[in-house]
Write a protein that binds this ligand. Structure first.
Ligand code: DMJ
Length: 643
């Protein structure tokens, strides 16, 4: 059985797929078509060998040079009995010794040439195994690199733009003493989470609250990047925990270094680090956060050097080499990963005046716009080499979710000027409603997943964010269906609340079914865990902001109490392995998103609406608030024609 600690953290990962031979078709025609490339390769290997042989094989002139090498000639005289002549205190080696040395050297060179030869043959064999598409893709990647380099030289900086109006960053104190008390409780929980991380996990990415030591996963690479510090900063700020904020700032200033040989997730680093740093910059005005965000973004850019411009899932921060998750369908990149860069990258171009970031994400959008979509749905997998969809799986939960969220938020963040994004969102939501949203026998509205031609009647905790998204997108919806989308948001919030309410601990499972008499309940053991995720509370908060229906505060308070009762340990907060068991066992991880999102949304739920008002701020998918940009006449594309 897989333990929760090994299961997906942010829903972007799936268990490894069993890729049979059919996943790599090996066509005869493919070989014929690529034979020019192979011949070229073999020829170049052959030329390399000849070249090597010419230089490395000993000839008479080389022997002479060898004889005169200082190392061999000028050896202080100790003993002349082995045939050497003593000349002025130095020994010149005898002929017999030279020949032995030459034979050894020749042998070494021969071995080297043999090894090179075998290596070249192996490489040629490897190439022969690849399909035409893959070989072409490799050539294209190389070409793209050159084009990118040239483009870099061409891109002109944009004129500086004024900082947006930063409204509502120090307010929200509720007048009602009961609500104030609840808000203070959430703040106390944040302090408990932070203080323990500070004491036992400082500088590590996350905390193991029971073992009381640092924790990390492969999304952050192999170095200590202080993910919890960066993710938590803006929550600390809005809660007025200024000493803690300053501690975090100091650590970032002195220790956060991106010149490390570490392979990180482009998506996770973008939403948690770049999003977190940008939000901290806007809230506090401290330049260090902006500088670090820009430095880090520069390290992510090589991930876009693919034949299509769709980035790799992972990139090595030092070498810039990118690759995709081994489990992803046919070497694909993931929709929710490459489709969740827009907000942060637009802000980077805005702040730096460098269009490179904006152009990268707009290129992704244009490419997606042009593609055929089965049933109007976006599949979760896209191959960055070929530009073709992988498996036809579509989801509003893991692997797809925040792509849709970012279409809507791109429009909101542009002060509703980016109507192209709004149209893409509206089209996508219509297809989702038609093909993925259903009502269960018991009357619960749920969002299923499309898998190879049929609907899986299962919903993930991650999918619960969509209630908030529908409510946020209601205003401005096509055909004035605002009421309909607000209602849809309310129904999803209700279903997700049911998934919490039907457990022993009143905390929701990772995934729940609507099948065979089961309603909003997890069936498989490995779907019964709760890892401090925010999505259900996120939806309560959006619903509260748009309706002020007190039930959302009530539901949020139920969740707060359950987290405090069952997830709190003396060393912080931990995830739980089975929410249906009344005696909880812990996964011993305090996720950074617990501080970034779960506690922030709870705090906002018990604050007045003038704290981070939604007309002025848009939250990225990790709950980092970024201000709405009133771009007016400014364009971020760097194209003077639009200025
Ligand atoms: C967070 O990292 C983000 O919300 C992301 O979009 C998906 N989910 C995790 C937390 O569950």
């Amino acid at each position: 059985m897989t333990t929760p600690a090994l299961l997906p953290l942010s829903g972007r990962r799936l268990p490894p797929l069993n890729l049979g031979a059919s996943a790599f078709p090996h066509h005869r025609a493919t070989l014929r078509l690529s034979e020019k490339f192979i011949l070229l390769l073999i020829l170049s290997a052959f030329i390399t060998l000849c070249f090597g042989a010419f230089f490395f094989l000993p000839d008479s002139s080389k022997h002479k040079r060898f004889d005169l090498g200082l190392e061999d000639v000028l050896i202080p005289h100790v003993d002349t009995s082995k045939g050497g002549k003593n000349l002025g205190g130095f020994l010149i080696h005898g002929q017999g010794h030279d020949e032995h040395r030459h034979r050894e050297e020749e042998e070494r060179l021969r071995n080297k040439i043999r090894a090179d030869h075998e290596k070249a043959l192996e490489e040629a064999k490897e190439k022969l195994k690849k399909s035409r598409d893959e070989i072409q893709a490799e050539i294209q990647t190389e070409k793209n690199k050159v084009v990118q380099e040239l483009k870099k030289k061409d891109s002109k900086p944009l004129p500086p733009v004024p900082l947006p109006n930063l409204i509502g960053i120090n307010s929200g104190e509720p007048a009602d003493p009961d609500i104030r008390e609840k808000r203070n409780k959430v703040k106390e929980m944040m302090k408990h989470a932070w203080d323990n991380y500070r004491q036992y996990g400082w500088g590590h990415n996350e905390l193991k609250p029971i073992a009381r030591k640092g924790h990390s996963t492969n999304i952050f690479g192999n170095s200590q990047m202080g993910a919890t510090i960066v993710d938590a900063l803006d929550t600390l700020y809005i809660m007025g925990l200024h000493d803690e904020f300053r501690e975090g700032q100091e650590w970032i200033d002195k220790n956060l270094d991106f010149s490390v040989n570490s392979e990180v997730s482009v998506f996770e680093v973008n939403i948690r680090f770049i999003g977190g740093l940008l939000a901290a910059y806007y809230l506090s005005g401290q330049e260090v956060f902006k500088i670090k965000a820009v430095q880090l973004a520069g390290k992510l850019l090589p991930a876009f050097n693919t034949p299509t411009g769709i980035p790799w899932a992972m990139v090595n921060l030092k070498s810039g080499v990118g690759r995709n998750w081994g489990w992803a369908s046919a070497g694909s990149s993931i929709l929710a990963e490459f489709g969740t860069l827009h907000m942060e990258f637009v802000h980077l171009s805005y702040l730096t005046g460098d269009p490179v970031y904006y152009n990268k994400v707009m290129h992704i959008r244009k490419l997606l716009q042009k593609m055929d979509r089965p049933n109007g749905l976006y599949p979760n997998y896209l191959n960055p080499r070929t530009g073709r969809w992988g498996q036809h799986h579509s989801s509003v939960g893991g692997l797809g979710d925040s792509f849709y969220e970012y279409l809507l938020k791109a429009w909101l963040m542009s002060d509703k000027m980016d109507t192209e994004a709004r149209k893409m969102y509206d089209d996508a939501i219509e297809a989702i409603e038609k093909h993925l949203i259903r009502k269960s026998n018991g009357g619960l509205t749920f969002i299923g997943e499309w898998k190879n031609g049929h609907l899986e009647r299962k919903m993930g905790h991650l999918t619960c964010f969509a209630g908030g998204m529908f409510a946020l997108g209601a205003d401005g919806s096509r055909n004035d269906k605002a009421g309909h989308y607000l209602q849809l948001g309310a129904e999803i919030a209700h279903t997700c609340h049911e998934s919490y309410d039907r457990t022993a601990l009143k905390l929701g499972p990772e995934a729940f079914k609507f099948d065979g008499g089961v309603e909003a309940v997890a069936v498989r053991q490995n779907e019964k865990y709760y890892i401090l995720r925010p999505e259900v509370i996120e939806t309560y908060w959006y619903m509260w902001r748009f309706t002020h229906d007190p039930k959302y505060r009530q539901w949020g308070w139920e969740a707060t109490q359950a987290i405090d009762k069952y997830c709190r340990v003396s060393g912080g907060f931990s995830g739980i392995k089975d929410v249906y068991s009344s005696s909880p066992t812990y996964d011993d991880v305090q996720q950074s998103f617990f501080l970034a999102e779960t506690l922030k949304y709870l705090y906002l739920l018990f604050s007045d609406d003038d704290l981070l008002p939604l007309d002025n701020w848009v939250f990225n998918t990790e709950a980092h608030p970024l201000p709405v940009l009133h771009l007016a006449n400014t364009t971020l594309s760097g194209n003077p024609a639009y200025r």
